[in-house]
Ligand binder design. Structure first.
Ligand code: NAD
Length: 353
């Protein structure tokens, strides 16, 4: 029986990480939760303001690319488990600059595992390295079928290639050095605290500001969407009950073509903003496709349901409404994260001011 755990969560100031940190800090008061984050453009401690004073929460500003620092931290704090979310996470940025994705996502993951191994030595009792990954490692589906845990990897973007490589290294560390690990691969997340370069917050923000809604290609790309709190609940399950050396797919059984999703978002936003129906849809503008764009992702999440009893709980329209309300009520958060560098990136990416 676990009595006291020292859990290192990396990337806890980011979108998904902040929800995982909050869940663990509040649900497990007898654990010590260490949030390690380099605070890149995507990391924001505002995301954790409400729990920063809990006495089982600790923030460590550090970079997973700093090997010596990681060794020092592991030997100082003696973490017994790791939930690894820190990563470069945006596909478009990976197309612009792939190397930072290799550095952080691949080498950074290896640095963390090395630090864990050097502290744990061969005492793996109650130890766990939990690697958080994406369904994008599986590549693209046709009209039919789902990704399962045994689908071959076929990543198409530098982002997904870097995540695929990191998954392989985690598995290899398990086989070669007996690192106790578990991996989960999740579909697209949405919800509050998501950086507004990602589709849903980007479009909510643009609708608020009456700016155009840049849709890639014909908009017929299909994604499976999961509310971020459902993902955090799944991570809790896998962390505590997942079988070592296994992979679990996590998804919402909730497929949407981009254009249909955007139309739904426009409809909900018109209602929320008291605008005439159809106002926001007029902002849609089709832009040049992203290279290597995967047509369809769909996750078969039946293994985690069967083995661990997890399934998504938040209905999509409800989740979207909650998300929209949060972005409307937190204009300062958006202003804070979109000033500076992001403005330049956005101009370049979409060729607009
Ligand atoms: P995010 O970009 O919002 O957050 C990433 C966090 O990692 C940020 O806080 C950032 O400061 C930190 N970070 C980046 N480089 C770092 C470094 N070198 N050292 C320490 N910290 C660093 O990302 P997210 O959307 O929350 O994704 C988190 C994880 O979940 C990633 O591993 C991602 O691949 C995976 N994932 C995301 C989705 C999704 O839909 N967003 C879906 C499946 C899996």
């Amino acid at each position: 029986k676990i009595t006291k755990k020292k859990v290192l969560i990396t990337g806890g100031a980011g979108f998904i990480g902040s929800h995982v940190v909050r869940l663990f800090v509040t649900k497990y008061p007898n654990y010590q939760i260490y949030n390690l984050d380099a605070l890149t453009y995507a990391g924001n401690l505002e995301n954790l303001k409400d729990i920063e004073n809990h006495n089982n929460y600790h923030f460590i500003k550090a970079d997973i690319n700093e090997e010596d620092e990681l060794h020092r931290l592991f030997s100082k704090y003696q973490f017994d488990s790791v939930i690894h979310l820190a990563a470069e996470s945006h596909v478009d940025r990976s197309i612009e600059d792939p190397k930072i994705f290799i550095k952080t996502n691949v080498s950074g993951t290896i640095n963390l595992m090395d630090a864990a191994l050097s502290t744990w030595k061969s005492d793996f009792n109650n130890k766990l390295f939990y690697h958080i990954s994406t369904d994008e490692v599986y590549g693209s589906l046709g009209e039919e079928g789902f990704f399962t845990e045994t689908t071959s990897y076929a990543p198409n973007s530098p982002y997904s290639a870097s995540k695929a490589a990191s998954d392989h290294f985690v598995r290899a560390y398990g086989e070669t050095y007996n690192l106790p690990y578990v991996i989960s691969n999740c579909s697209n997340n949405y919800g509050f605290n998501q950086f507004p370069e990602k589709l849903i917050p980007l479009f909510i923000n643009n609708i608020i500001e009456n700016k155009s809604l840049p849709v890639y290609g014909d908009g017929k790309y299909t994604r499976d969407w999961l509310y971020v709190l459902d993902h955090a609940r799944a991570i809790d399950k896998v962390f505590h009950e997942g079988r070592k050396t296994e992979t679990y797919n996590i998804g919402g059984f909730n497929e949407w073509q981009n254009i249909a999703l955007i139309q739904l978002l426009c409809k909900l936003m018109d209602k929320k903003l008291d605008r005439a129906e159809g106002t926001s849809e007029k902002l849609i503008s089709f832009v040049k496709d992203r290279p290597g764009h995967d047509k369809r992702y769909a996750i078969d999440a039946s293994k985690i349901k069967r083995e661990l009893g997890w399934e998504p709980s938040v209905n999509f329209e409800e989740g979207l409404e909650k998300t929209i309300t949060w972005y409307l009520e937190n204009a300062d958060w958006i202003k804070g994260v979109t000033s500076g560098d992001y403005r330049e990136y956005y101009k370049k990416q979409y060729n607009v001011d």
